[in-house]
Design a protein around this ligand. Structure first.
Ligand code: HEC
Ligand code: HEC
Length: 619
């Protein structure tokens, strides 16, 4: 590029930046991974992989502080009109209160488990936060550092937004995309907007400036089709809070907004302060759409502009004056600023250093992308069904039968993989990538060896990196074991390890599974009588023993997902004592056993496995 042209562009961008200003009002009304302070002087973002929160000045976009907060920070919200903010430290079960002026944690408030989203009242006297598990909304006093109320609200709530007058909250259920309106005073549910049974993965929710509509992103998981262009669909839904259509919701398909152009994994959206535009980011196709909001209660959203972005955009916010959009590219560790409505990039700032090894970063990018070489159709990424290594809560109809998505925590210790142990290494997921589900170019050369045949590891750096990332998911301790095992759980533990029940004969070792990396000829599978109740089952009814870590949050159970609760696993799904011996147990002994299973892991099983010298597959 000519020097004069470059200077001209630089001058034009400088003018665009100078045009941005910090206006009077930008109250954080929606939890998000990135938010503006109410005076518009600061932007904060949480960096999940780094375990930090970064504070930047606006509009200069200079990093003021990067504050370490702990494991997997998620939602951040500014407290009232102050320069203090709350951050949900999801992995450490804490809400940290930060002072942005001095760049420090002021205090930490312990919560039961998994805080995800948080909002503040106008005056900053109260915070409300979602606890994804066990499905609660809590109210906190940030000045005293105490939880002042706990309400049971929905299943796995994540997104949260507060009305202008602080009277109500909107909450999204992660795995159903249901939206609940609850009283901010006592948590009473006032209205609900149900999704379709296929709707899934609703994270954040934003309110229009007049509180008449709510917008939220989600996908649709069509479990009856495991096919590259028929399984996962991207949506923004609009819930109507007032007007003639009050109580209804419209799902706007993001794959038909611009002809038949496909986008994947919508992660977050935002409404401009003037209520006229909606921006939505797609973490799977690394792009965004800017839409006109139509005041019609009918079409709702109209495509205005599309912009290609960097890796894994997870958050979007309009600047307080609506002249710019800020996008958080999680796997580039940066914020990008685009002019509205042109979409021209006007700034790009690093917010944290990449904390991942080269291998893990490459693997993670591949895991999250729905573009080539992972998929030719752009609908699906590994993360569409395994978001952040968790399960999507779905039972998929696979060609081999019904299969519940498994969480990936602790995977490196429990190879072979899949319920039927038909894959001995994660590299075998090349069959998924090149197969009907993803239809990607793939990371290894064709023809592929059989999944249990000759190893594919060591043949492709990219595939090994994908395996390294997939194997890197760690187990988290059960919230039910925070204060040690209850008396009931201890009785359950004795039953579990007793010779009568036989549970520990298969659920053995630190990971509570005899599925451990070993030569293909020595792979162990068991028929525990669960294979007969699915007519679509195509493999022999013998399965890999699953780990029991994290059961408290991974319902439904068994390979076909037919056991809704842990009690069902032990009772209705085990009528002939083929799955351990349980028929002699009394009602209260079954309850004790369930208490024990819910408390796993009590201690970090991976340290125990390392200490015991067990084999682990890193990639
Ligand atoms: C359409 C949803 C979907 C997509 C997309 C998907 N998976 Fe899965 N995954 C599942 C289901 C369902 C299972 C259980 C299947 C079985 O056991 O036969 C599973 C099982 C697994 C397991 C085994 C876990 C264990 O404990 O044995 C791993 C590893 C895995 N997937 C990795 C991946 C990777 C890597 C990708 C991307 C290349 C991917 N998945 C794409 C739904 C999906
Ligand atoms: C003979 C080996 C064996 C014995 C004994 C055994 N299990 Fe299992 N367990 C398995 C297998 C295999 C599966 C997977 C079955 C399926 O998905 O259909 C399983 C599944 C489970 C699950 C569901 C896990 C999930 O993620 O869905 C639980 C819970 C469980 N077992 C608990 C127990 C308890 C408690 C006992 C003792 C009463 C027990 N098991 C005895 C092999 C065994």
């Amino acid at each position: 590029m000519k020097r004069s042209l470059r200077l001209l562009i630089a001058a034009a961008i400088a003018m665009l930046i100078a045009g941005l200003s910090a206006p009077a009002q930008a109250q954080t009304r929606s939890a998000g991974l990135m938010n503006f302070s109410s005076d518009g002087r600061y932007v904060a973002c949480s960096n999940r992989d780094s375990g930090t929160v970064t504070i930047l000045s606006w509009p200069e976009l200079k990093v003021q502080h990067e504050i370490p907060v702990g494991s997997h920070p998620e939602g951040v919200a500014w407290i009232g009109k102050t320069h203090k903010l709350a951050c949900c430290v999801y992995g450490d079960d804490r809400i940290a209160i930060l002072d942005a002026d001095i760049g420090r944690i002021e205090r930490s408030i312990d919560v039961f488990d998994e805080p995800y989203g948080v909002v503040s009242t106008q005056d900053g006297s109260k915070l409300c936060a979602t606890l994804e598990f066990p499905g609660q909304v809590i109210q906190l006093d940030p000045a005293l550092g105490v939880v002042t109320a706990t309400w049971q609200v929905g299943q796995m709530p994540r997104g949260i937004a507060i009305s202008r007058d602080d009277s109500f909250l909107l909450v999204t259920e992660y795995l159903t995309s249901k939206v609940l309106k609850i009283s901010a005073a006592d948590g009473a549910v006032q209205q609900t907007w149900d999704g379709a049974s296929t709707d899934n993965l609703a994270r954040q929710v934003v309110l229009s400036p007049d509180d008449q509509k709510a917008y939220f992103t989600h996908i649709r998981s069509r479990v009856t089709a495991s096919h590259g262009n028929g399984s996962i669909f991207p949506y923004v839904s609009v819930a109507r809070l007032t007007g003639e259509k009050i109580g209804t919701r419209l799902r706007v398909p993001m794959d038909s907004l611009l002809g038949a152009r496909v986008t994947a994994n919508p992660w977050d959206c935002d409404v401009s302060a003037d209520g006229k535009r909606l921006g939505v980011v797609f973490a799977g196709t690394n792009d965004m759409y800017l839409c006109h909001i139509l005041p019609d209660d009918y079409v709702e959203l109209e495509y205005e502009k599309g912009v290609r972005l960097g890796n894994n955009p997870r958050a979007i916010r309009f600047s307080p004056d609506d002249k710019a959009m800020l996008i958080y590219n999680a796997l580039d560790f940066e914020i990008v600023v685009l002019q509205v409505p042109s979409g021209i990039e006007i700034a790009r700032v690093a917010v944290t250093d990449n904390p991942l090894s080269e291998d893990l970063l490459l693997g993670k990018k591949l895991f999250y992308t729905a573009l080539q070489p992972m998929s030719s159709r752009s609908w699906i990424s590994c993360a569409s069904c395994h978001p952040d290594g968790d399960a999507d809560g779905r039972t998929w109809q696979q060609p081999e039968g019904l299969r519940q998505t498994q969480p990936l925590a602790g995977l490196s210790w429990t190879h072979p993989v899949h319920w039927s142990a038909d894959r001995d290494e994660v590299q075998d997921f090349e069959h998924t990538i090149q197969g009907l589900l993803m239809q990607g170019q793939g990371l290894a050369k064709r023809p592929l060896p059989d999944a249990l045949g000759e190893p594919i590891s060591g043949k492709s750096t990219a595939l090994d990196a994908l395996a390294a990332y997939t194997n890197s998911h760690k187990c988290v301790l059960s919230p039910f074991a925070k204060h040690g095992l209850s008396a009931s759980a201890q009785r359950g533990q004795q039953l579990f390890f007793s010779a009568e029940t036989k549970c520990a004969t298969c659920h053995s070792g630190p990971m509570m599974s005899d599925s451990q990396p070993r030569p293909v000829a020595e792979i162990v599978r068991h028929d525990v009588g669960t294979g007969k109740d699915d007519p679509s089952e195509r493999m022999e009814p013998k399965y890999d023993t699953p780990t029991l870590m994290g059961l408290y949050r991974s319902a439904p159970y068994l390979h076909h997902g037919k056991a809704a609760t842990l009690k069902d696993v032990l009772t209705t799904s085990n009528p002939r004592d083929e799955h351990g011996v349980t028929s002699h147990l009394t009602e209260s002994q079954i309850e004790d056993m369930v208490e024990f299973l819910r408390a796993l892991p009590v201690v970090d099983p991976e340290s125990a496995a390392t200490a015991a010298g067990l084999k682990q597959v890193i990639k």
